[in-house]
Design a protein around this ligand. Structure first.
Ligand code: GDP
Ligand code: MG
Length: 447
């Protein structure tokens, strides 16, 4: 999803990490390359500059050399700045919902409004049922522009157990009034209204939306943007922002070969959060936009936390307890090889390596050959860890040359491969430690 950026970022950081001393000119050189990467990812030039200037400023103010691993320090600062830049905790404001509530989606035709309406309804329903609660959720459409639009919403809602109402009125404004009335009478907790879009921003569409907005008075207006349109999507968002306004956005089609420029720029350019990313056509192909995790994906450190959460959804409650324990240890940096082995086992149930890899450090975009190689690597990693004793898995310091030779024999690998695996594992642990302190970081960007 963020491969385009993460491939470039991680290359630059690898170069920095290889240095025991980092001079100001190294930083300048690295940042020139980061700038190019951002521009290639379709981030507007002034925005890329603003971002990098703020990172450079705080780096140059500190003595990078004082740190034992100066490369790590640079990465940490970039990660923290990036998290703030992407919206920090603002994106969680979506979940503050005052029931009974109404939401309304806006956006151009084909941006994914209808699909996302049902995805959002489904996500809220799932989240509530995880907490043992339930909410009565209804969706309805005022899209009288495309004949089949209302049928599409009805089918999706029915397939996913979401309430649906079809207005009898013959125009969008009367339909809006009728839908509000119906939801109120039936005592729905949440109503999400799907609207009509046009191919381009135009005055008629905006006026119609403004009129509907006056009737519905939604708690949240959510702008749906097709991430594939890159920088263009930012100007579309500007138009919606000035003429009707919205609380936050969903960027759809992030599963396609988008270069992520819109996701990178949105919060800073619009001063409004991205609530979710659409990552496919299925109803659960939607992810909350969590800046801290996305920052780690962009800098090439993967997103282990999201992966673990996805895994959790697949298992029974007993497995879940173990999972939660190891996730906690992961976040605290005391993750052991045993945990790692366990996670790898769960991973295999999650789907193709291709999909999994997009969450793992340094494995962003993979060709079929790489996937095959990756499968082999995973097998090897599991074999190596399985050949260790329980004590060794918790304390890798116990692994001397002799033990490594034996483990190599037992797992059909070599001592070098064992060392490489341990190195990778150590990197992941280090990174978890960096992430842990992240929330204490205050936003550097005044809004
Ligand atoms: N791959 C992918 N396709 C999506 C996503 N969201 C929507 N789509 C597809 O985009 C097309 C237009 O979506 P639709 O919801 O009808 O857009 P609307 O015109 O804004 O209501 C449909 O074929 C959807 O299946 C997404 O996140 N990923
Ligand atoms: Mg639609």
């Amino acid at each position: 999803m963020f491969n385009f950026l993460s491939d470039r970022f991680s290359g630059i950081f690898d170069w920095l990490n290889g240095k025991s001393r980092i001079t100001e000119s190294d930083i300048d050189q690295a940042f020139e390359q980061l700038f190019d990467a951002l521009i290639d990812a379709d981030v507007p030039q002034d925005l890329a500059k603003t971002f990098l200037t703020s990172v450079t400023k705080s780096l140059k103010g500190h003595d990078v050399q004082k740190n034992i691993k100066p490369g790590h320090y640079v990465i940490k600062v970039v990660q923290e700045k990036l998290t703030a830049f992407l919206g920090a905790k603002d994106t969680e404001s979506f979940w503050r919902i005052q029931y009974p509530s109404t939401m309304m989606v806006l956006g151009l035709q084909g941006s994914g409004k209808t699909t996302t309406t049902v995805k959002i309804a489904y996500a809220i329903k799932e989240r509530k049922s995880e907490k043992g609660k339930s909410k009565r959720i209804m969706v309805a459409s005022v899209d009288y522009y495309r004949p089949a639009a209302i049928d599409q919403l009805e089918i999706l809602a029915q397939e996913n157990g979401i309430g649906f109402y079809r207005a009898e009125a013959g125009n969008p404004l009367d339909a809006a009034t009728e839908i509000m009335e119906h939801a109120r009478k039936q005592g729905y907790d949440l109503l999400i209204i799907d609207t009509a879009g046009r191919l381009h921003v135009d005055e008629t569409m905006m006026q119609e939306l403004k009129d509907i907005d006056k009737i519905v008075r939604p708690e949240k207006k959510i702008l749906i943007l097709d991430a594939m349109t890159g920088q263009e999507s930012l100007s579309v968002a500007q138009s919606f922002s000035t003429s009707i306004g919205f609380e936050g956005a969903v960027l759809t089609k992030m599963d396609s070969q988008t270069r992520a420029g819109a996701a990178f720029s949105f919060y800073y350019a619009l001063k409004k959060p991205v609530f979710f990313l659409g990552v496919g056509e299925k109803v659960d192909d939607i992810e909350p936009f969590l800046p801290e995790r996305i920052a780690s994906r962009i800098i090439g450190m993967g997103d282990f936390a999201t992966l673990i959460e996805k895994a959790e959804k697949q298992f029974d409650s007993q497995t879940k307890v173990k999972q939660e324990d190891s996730s906690r240890r992961f976040m605290s940096g005391s993750f052991t090889l045993d945990d790692f082995l366990q996670q790898l086992g769960y991973l295999q149930k999650l789907g193709s390596l291709q999909k999994i890899a997009s969450y793992l450090p340094g494995m962003g975009s993979m060709t079929p050959e790489m996937v095959e190689k990756g499968e082999r690597e995973l097998k090897k990693t599991r074999a190596i860890i399985s050949s260790m004793t329980a004590v060794e898995r918790v304390n890798v310091g116990l692994l001397n040359g002799e033990r490594k030779r034996r483990i190599a024999k037992g797992s059909g690998t070599t001592a070098t491969e064992i060392n490489q695996m341990l190195q990778k594992f150590e990197q992941i642990k280090q990174y978890a430690k960096l992430m842990k302190n992240n929330s204490q970081f205050k936003s550097f960007f005044k809004r």
